[in-house]
Design a binder for this molecule. Structure first.
Ligand SMILES: Cc1ncc(COP(=O)(O)O)c(C=O)c1O
Length: 398
């Protein structure tokens, strides 16, 4: 590390997912076929109407967009929330962001001062750690268990982690990395806790459409009247429309100060991508069948991977209810070493499989040592082959 570099730069966590990429690059250069279950990068096609809008772009020069998003983009988002029945969402409540990642950064910056605490449910989306480090927020992890599908612990247990420094509760629903979809009772409990302890409640719903339970998704937007000042939604088009590279998201809140302050944050990067926003604004024209087809496809994938993993000796999994991830406990001492071995050593017909080590999703890495996250972002036949590879690999490794 250069002696001139800031001390804090050395303490930014490196994603456990991306850390292994040089090893997979090397294996691929050597001609090995890798089944990538390591990243939440969906393989489904972006809606054609969006691709058409991209191809038809002819405004020259390519200008800055307004910092909080173009009118076209914000109007489309508003229409989307209204179509879900959240008719109270107004233009003033929506801030366009550079995808969900920026909305996470903004939400942390808006709700916590240096040294404040934010509750998260462990295991949690690893990028929360990086954002917390950036803003010097202390994440306080409330454990959830594989045995009950990573659902929330009782209210008393959550409350026990609240201190005078606690400012917010942050959760993802459906969850990354767990695939857990919180019930109405669970979301209501969080709303009650937020109300009783005067905390912000930040719900990351970038996987809203990826729910396989037979009840409607319980959005924080249903509770805007209960906690208008405290409810914050993090949203993104990345997964919903397979637009990961377009960097489109939103921060939604009825708290005018949160939106106003976050707009100042947005001004520091002047603008999001104006072409991206034009593409995203086509969401109102996406055929009605696009999302249901996506749901069916991912349910098939979920079933294939879950059923396959259950059959492997020593692997412990809970059936995920949404998003496109499974957290699995493997019969190995150190899952990261196993993931490295898969990339460096294991070959079956010159093929291997890539997984994300689970420790990156835990505040205490020791707790996630035997865990891996698998993203079912491949088609069913490839998932079947991935399970076969994992089964053979575990037999060999032991
Ligand atoms: C739970 C969760 N929130 C937010 C994001 C951010 O995604 P993006 O920045 O592409 O919107 C992701 C991406 O994987 C995620 O899994």
């Amino acid at each position: 590390m250069s002696p001139l570099v800031a001390h804090r730069l050395q303490h930014l966590p490196i994603s456990s997912i991306r850390k292994l990429i040089p090893l997979s690059d090397k294996a691929e250069q050597d001609g090995v076929k890798i089944y990538h279950l390591n990243m939440g990068q969906p393989d489904v096609k972006t809606p054609q109407v969006m691709i058409d809008a991209l191809k038809a772009w002819d405004t020259n020069p390519i200008a800055y967009a307004p910092s909080g998003g173009t009118k076209e983009y914000i109007d489309a988002l508003k229409q989307y929330y209204h179509s879900l029945g959240f008719n109270t969402i107004e233009t003033k409540d929506i801030l366009g962001t550079v995808a969900g990642s920026e909305a996470i950064n903004m939400a942390m910056y808006a709700t916590c001062d240096v040294g404040d605490e934010m509750l998260v449910f462990e295991p949690f989306y690893s990028t929360y750690k990086t954002s917390a480090k950036l803003w010097n927020v202390n994440l306080v992890a409330v454990p959830t268990m594989l045995e009950n599908g990573f659902h929330l612990p009782p209210k008393e247990e959550i409350i026990r982690s609240i201190t005078p420094k606690t400012k917010a509760i942050l959760y993802s629903n459906p969850g990354n990395p767990t695939g857990t979809v919180y019930t109405k009772e669970e979301v209501k409990m969080l709303v009650t806790i937020a109300k009783e302890h005067n905390l912000y409640l930040i719900s990351d719903e970038v996987y809203r459409e990826y729910s396989f339970v037979d009840k409607p998704h319980e959005s924080i937007l249903q509770y805007l009247q209960d906690i208008p000042e405290q409810a914050i939604l993090i949203d993104s088009l990345s997964k919903r429309y397979n637009l990961c590279g377009a960097r489109l998201g939103a921060l939604i809140s009825k708290n005018a100060d949160v939106i106003k302050g976050s707009l100042a944050f947005a001004m520091s990067r002047l603008s999001g991508g104006i072409i991206d926003m034009h593409v995203g604004a086509q969401l109102t024209k996406v055929p009605a069948g696009y999302i249901p087809a996506l749901q069916q496809e991912y349910k098939r994938r979920r079933d294939t991977l879950y059923e396959g993993l259950k059959e492997i000796e020593g692997v412990i999994v809970a059936q995920p209810e949404g998003a496109f991830y499974i957290m699995a406990q493997l019969p190995v001492e150190d899952a990261e070493q196993f993931c490295i071995w898969l990339l460096e050593k294991f070959r079956d017909n010159n093929e291997t499989v890539m997984l994300a080590p689970g420790y990156g999703f835990y505040a205490d890495p020791e707790k996630g040592k035997q865990m891996v996250r698998l993203a079912y972002v491949l088609e069913v036949p490839q998932l079947k082959r991935s399970v076969e590879l994992l089964k053979k690999a575990l037999q060999q490794y032991r």
